[in-house]
Design a protein around this ligand. Structure first.
Ligand code: SAH
Ligand code: SF4
Length: 349
């Protein structure tokens, strides 16, 4: 049965404090609740042991703190885990837990589907269904943490990095994403370090500027081409925000010392993988504190593109490195369970 009580997970700390004050309760009770909401495994008010019993009961009557339900978990040969979560209205989202050397990274979704329609992306193909709420975004982190700690996996590799590279365009769901980021960065709560949180965008210029003014997290921009003609054919929103404007916004994006903006570039055979394109990319990014992440296209039967061969990928990378850039090739993980970049589409097949 759908829950009609407002879910407290959708509120920021100031909002919870204001709510408690309005009810004539001290603001610190709100802070206590807010902190409990960042603890994996807590899914009822009864578990909030430092609150008076009566208050727990009152809160329970009025509010929900329900989490999405784990609909399916798939584990890849390389240890990558794809979690499918069922939201209250039945929609399915996916997030991906990726094992790194000494920690896990969680690839988080921000929308059900995506309206941007990039030609090579399965999420784009499913179209836009709806935005996620702030609580639906942070819940992915809690579900992932729950899974890791229930198996003792977080002892060796804690969940430490977040990348907003799952389903959806985070900056097209700006309000919920910024609220979720603030919740996730709160030091006495989830306490993620800003340098370990990356928001990836297709290049929505006004929101890139706003993000830079409102919060300190890392930025990744999905470029995929170094000229407007090719980019528009792959990323339709390039018509609205062409490369020159994206680069301008990146140049004025405030970065902490030593930080760089990551530029993602999906390599598609015969489309954007020529050496001339690599040289153009090097030129385009001159003057930007940049790091380039090349992603050889992950093929899918319904997508009309091919992955370039390794030699082409390495030659493309070499040109960027010779031009002085840090350029890495993403080893897409979890391909055997369709958990790699661009393979999330929220269906339980
Ligand atoms: N909407 C945001 C974040 C989600 S997509 C964005 O576009 O940046 C995360 C990354 O996966 C993007 O760089 C996207 O271009 C890439 N991607 C999408 N489909 C892909 C595919 N089939 N193969 C490889 N990478 C893909
Ligand atoms: Fe949306 Fe990003 Fe996929 Fe483009 S690549 S359709 S912006 S999720």
């Amino acid at each position: 049965m759908p829950n009609s009580r407002p879910n407290l997970r959708d509120l920021s700390l100031p909002e919870i404090e204001a709510l408690f004050t309005q009810k004539g309760l001290p603001a610190f009770r709100g802070r206590q609740v807010f902190r409990w909401l960042s603890v994996a495994g807590v899914d009822s008010f009864q578990q909030m042991t430092d609150l008076p019993k009566e208050l727990r009961r009152d809160l329970e009557r009025e509010f929900s703190i329900a989490l999405p339900e784990l609909a399916r978990q798939e584990v890849s040969r390389d240890g990558t885990r794809k979690l499918a979560l069922r939201l209250e209205d039945g929609e399915i989202i996916e997030c991906v837990l990726i094992p790194e050397r000494d920690h896990y990274t969680l690839c988080v979704s921000s929308q059900v589907g995506c309206a941007m329609g990039c030609a090579f992306c399965l999420t784009g193909r499913m179209g836009f269904r709806r935005n996620l709420s702030a609580g639906e975004i942070t819940s992915q982190v809690l579900k992932a943490q729950e899974i890791l700690s229930s198996q003792g996996l977080d002892k060796k590799k804690p969940l430490r990095n977040l990348v907003f590279m799952g389903m959806g365009e985070p900056l097209a769901n700006y309000e919920a994403v910024i609220k979720a980021l603030n919740i996730l960065l709160y030091p006495k709560g989830f306490d993620f370090s800003p340098r370990r949180v990356t928001v990836s965008t297709v290049g929505l210029v006004p929101q890139i500027r706003r993000l830079g003014q409102e919060i300190r997290v890392k930025l990744a921009v999905s470029l995929h081409a170094a000229d407007d003609q090719i980019r528009t054919s792959l990323v339709p929103v390039n018509k609205k925000y062409p490369l020159e404007e994206i680069i301008k916004a990146c140049k004025s994006f405030p970065l902490k010392r030593g930080w760089r903006i990551t530029f993602e570039y999906v390599l598609l055979a015969g489309i954007n993988d020529s050496l001339v394109q690599a040289q153009r990319l090097a030129k385009l990014l001159r003057g930007v504190p940049a790091k380039i992440n090349l992603i050889p296209f992950n093929e899918a039967p319904s997508l009309p593109f091919k992955r370039p061969d390794d030699k082409t990928v390495l030659a493309f990378q070499e040109i960027l490195m010779q031009a002085g850039y840090v350029a890495t090739v993403r080893q897409s993980k979890g391909q055997d369970i369709a958990a790699a970049c661009g393979q999330l589409r929220g269906v339980l097949s």
